[in-house]
Design a protein around this ligand. Structure first.
Ligand SMILES: [Zn+2]
Length: 251
């Protein structure tokens, strides 16, 4: 039996990435966002192998591409919430966060017919300093997937925490075997939760040419070979959504 992982994606715009955000040029044309181009091949690949995944969808993406979200949902994947605007919790307060969550849930429910069960905060911004957010997460969701495994947070969560393990940046930088070994080692959750952004697996995603060279180097390392590596990953292991995992555990 092939080793199993929980597969998750943050479905957001390429310019939502927090790593180089402050270097985004003001005059950059963001209308070409490659959401469809970067997500469709992933859906095809998941379909080819019969894998399922959880997509934490940004409200703004769902608003612009309802048909894509419908397709993801109809393919048997789970739709979770990634908030509305990708604002970090540090820029929000209780009232603003709740508004973000309610707007996004309304948009997603209109598309899929149901409220999302899971939530993932933008930019790993849930932590000790933003724990005011916990009661809002508890009010609207059945599980959370926000805590950075490398922060070793001791936050006491009011709903089950399905912490993501190593994400796409480590996937691109490390050899595949080492990436999976570390993802297993660091994961509090078995099977470990892998997370990716469609834009980081899509070679033609727009790149930012400002900011420190080393940051750009890390950010774009391995983007040319990321898709081939992802195909290899998908072909070699089994992947399920978080919803599948819970349903299997309940059997
Ligand atoms: Zn995000």
């Amino acid at each position: 039996m092939k080793e199993k992982f929980i597969l998750t994606f943050d479905l957001e715009f390429w310019h939502n990435s927090g790593f180089l955000k402050k270097y985004l040029p003001k005059d950059k044309n963001f209308s070409k966002d490659y959401i469809i181009e970067s997500t469709e091949p992933i859906l095809d690949l998941l379909n080819k192998y019969g894998h399922k995944a959880t997509f934490f969808v940004l409200g703004r993406v769902a608003e612009k591409y309802p048909e894509l979200i419908k397709k993801i949902n109809n393919s048997g994947h789970e739709i979770g919430s990634h908030g509305y605007s990708h604002c970090s919790f540090f820029e929000l307060n209780e009232e603003k966060l709740e508004k973000e969550i309610e707007i996004t849930n309304t948009i997603l429910k209109k598309i899929t017919g149901k409220n999302p069960k899971g939530f993932r905060a933008p930019n790993f911004s849930l932590g000790e300093k933003t724990k005011w957010a916990l009661k809002i997460i508890k009010k609207h969701f059945q599980y959370d997937s926000s805590l950075n495994p490398l922060s070793f947070s001791k936050l006491s969560m009011p709903v089950p925490e399905i912490a993501p393990s190593l994400g796409g940046i480590y996937f691109r930088i490390l050899p595949l075997k080492l990436y999976l070994f570390l993802a297993n080692l660091l994961s509090k959750q078995k099977p470990p939760v892998l997370y990716f952004h469609p834009y980081e697996l899509f070679e033609s995603s727009p790149k930012i040419d400002a900011g420190p060279w080393y940051k750009r180097k890390i950010k774009y390392w391995g983007t040319k070979t990321a898709w081939k590596k992802f195909e290899k990953l998908m072909g070699g292991f089994r992947f399920i959504s978080y919803e599948n995992f819970i349903n299997q555990s309940a059997d």
